[in-house]
Every structure is written in structure tokens, then in C-alpha cells.
Design a protein around this ligand. Structure first.
Ligand SMILES: [Zn+2]
Length: 238
């Protein structure tokens, strides 16, 4: 193969490699974001549970205060019971006593229900807190792993950039600027092989004349259809 063409094939390989590093780093960072999102939703769940528990406690204390009032009322009723004379007064007092007792038992039931609810919420809260601490632990581990992996990628990137720099110094400036022009639009498919007499950038057949030029490879040949730089690969026997 022509020396210039060989250099371009190598240069295109480096450029493709260099272009692949950024997405690799991005995907690592996205992984971390996914974990952070989970931790955030756990924190929200914990906040909600804590506020629910606060509400329950406040409702419970209202019922307890009411219960104390009802018990005072009941003792008043029993004191009055010793004084009342008429049948009518006795009946009214009995009715009042009945209603008060009903209210007491309702408040007791409510307090019991709220107690159960609070216990359940406390249990869920405990689980969520444990899960969050686990999640935070794996985030820390992941952060270290991702940092290492990004460091590795950067080392590789520097290595490839250095090799590319060394190669660029050797390449004829006209050929280099021609390559850069093609690369501006063709990106990673700027230098493509010819297979089955077709350009592997646009997949169109090339003429026998162009094909012969590619095989000879005395100079840089471009695809007459798309303008990509063509080269002949070493034939792989089928
Ligand atoms: Zn083409």
C-alpha cells in the first residue's frame, strides 16, 4: 500500500478511537446518576414517612386530650347522679352518660388505630433508612470504580493522542488537510475499504477504472460517488 494511504488508514483509526472515549466516560457518569436518583427517591420517601408520623402523633395527642375531658365529664355526671331527684333528670343524666361512654370508646379505638398505623410507618421508615445507607455505600464504591475507570480511559486517550500526534508530524501537510476536509463530513468513515468493488462508505459500486487505481494504490483515490478516501484491504479468503 502507498505510504500516504497507509498513514491515513492509521490516522483514521486513531481518530475513531479518540471519538469513542467521550461516550465511554458519559456512560460511566450516567450509571452513577442512576444510583443517585434511587437514593434521592429514598430520601423523599423518608421525609414523607417522617411527616406522616408527626401527623399521627399530633392526631393521637388531640384524642388523648379529648379523652381526658370525657373522663372528667363522666366523673361530673356521677357526682350529679347523687343529687338529681326527678325521673326526667335521672333519664337525661343516663343518656348523657351513655353518650360520653360511647365517645370514650370511640377515642380509645382511634388511639389504638393510630398506634398501629404509627408502628407500621415506623417499621417502613426503619427499612427505608437501612436501604438508603446501603445505597449510599454502593454509591461510594461506584464512585471509586468510576473514577478509576475514567482514569484508565484518560490514560488510553492520552496514549492514542500521542501516537496520533507523532503520526500527524510525519504526514504530508497537503494530504493531511485533504483528510481533514473529508473528515469534516464523513467523520469515522472518512477512509473506507473497497469490498466486492464497492465503496464501504456509501456502498455504491465503483468503476473498473477506479477499482484498478485503488488496487494499484499509487495515489490517494476517492470514491467517485461520495468522495471518501478508498483503500484495498488485504483479501480475506472466503
Ligand atoms: Zn462512496
Amino acid at each position: 500500500m502507498n505510504k500516504y494511504l497507509e498513514q491515513l488508514v492509521e490516522l483514521a483509526k486513531y481518530d475513531t478511537q479518540i471519538g469513542s472515549f467521550e461516550p465511554k466516560i458519559k456512560s460511566q457518569k450516567e450509571k452513577l446518576e442512576e444510583f443517585s436518583k434511587d437514593a434521592l427517591s429514598l430520601k423523599e420517601q423518608i421525609n414523607k414517612l417522617e411527616s406522616d408520623i408527626k401527623d399521627i402523633k399530633s392526631k393521637k395527642s388531640k384524642h388523648e386530650a379529648h379523652l381526658a375531658e370525657l373522663k372528667d365529664k363522666l366523673s361530673d355526671i356521677s357526682k350529679k347522679g347523687a343529687i338529681v331527684q326527678t325521673e326526667k333528670e335521672i333519664k337525661a343524666l343516663q343518656l348523657e352518660e351513655e353518650i360520653t361512654k360511647e365517645q370514650i370508646s370511640f377515642s380509645n379505638e382511634e388511639i389504638e388505630r393510630l398506634d398501629n398505623l404509627q408502628n407500621n410507618k415506623n417499621e417502613t421508615l426503619k427499612e427505608a433508612i437501612a436501604k438508603l445507607s446501603e445505597e449510599e455505600e454502593s454509591i461510594k464504591e461506584l464512585q471509586v470504580a468510576i473514577e478509576n475507570s475514567i482514569n484508565d480511559i484518560n490514560v488510553e486517550r492520552n496514549d492514542v493522542s500521542m501516537k496520533r500526534g507523532e503520526l500527524v508530524e510525519k504526514i504530508d501537510s497537503k494530504i493531511l488537510s485533504f483528510y481533514e476536509k473529508v473528515r469534516r463530513w464523513a467523520k469515522n468513515t472518512s477512509v473506507v475499504p473497497v469490498r466486492k468493488q464497492a465503496c464501504y462508505g456509501c456502498y455504491m459500486k465503483i468503476s473498473d477504472k477506479t477499482y484498478a487505481e485503488v488496487i494499484k494504490s499509487e495515489e490517494i483515490v476517492t470514491c467517485p460517488h461520495c468522495g471518501r478516501i478508498l483503500y484495498k484491504e488485504i483479501e480475506i479468503t472466503e
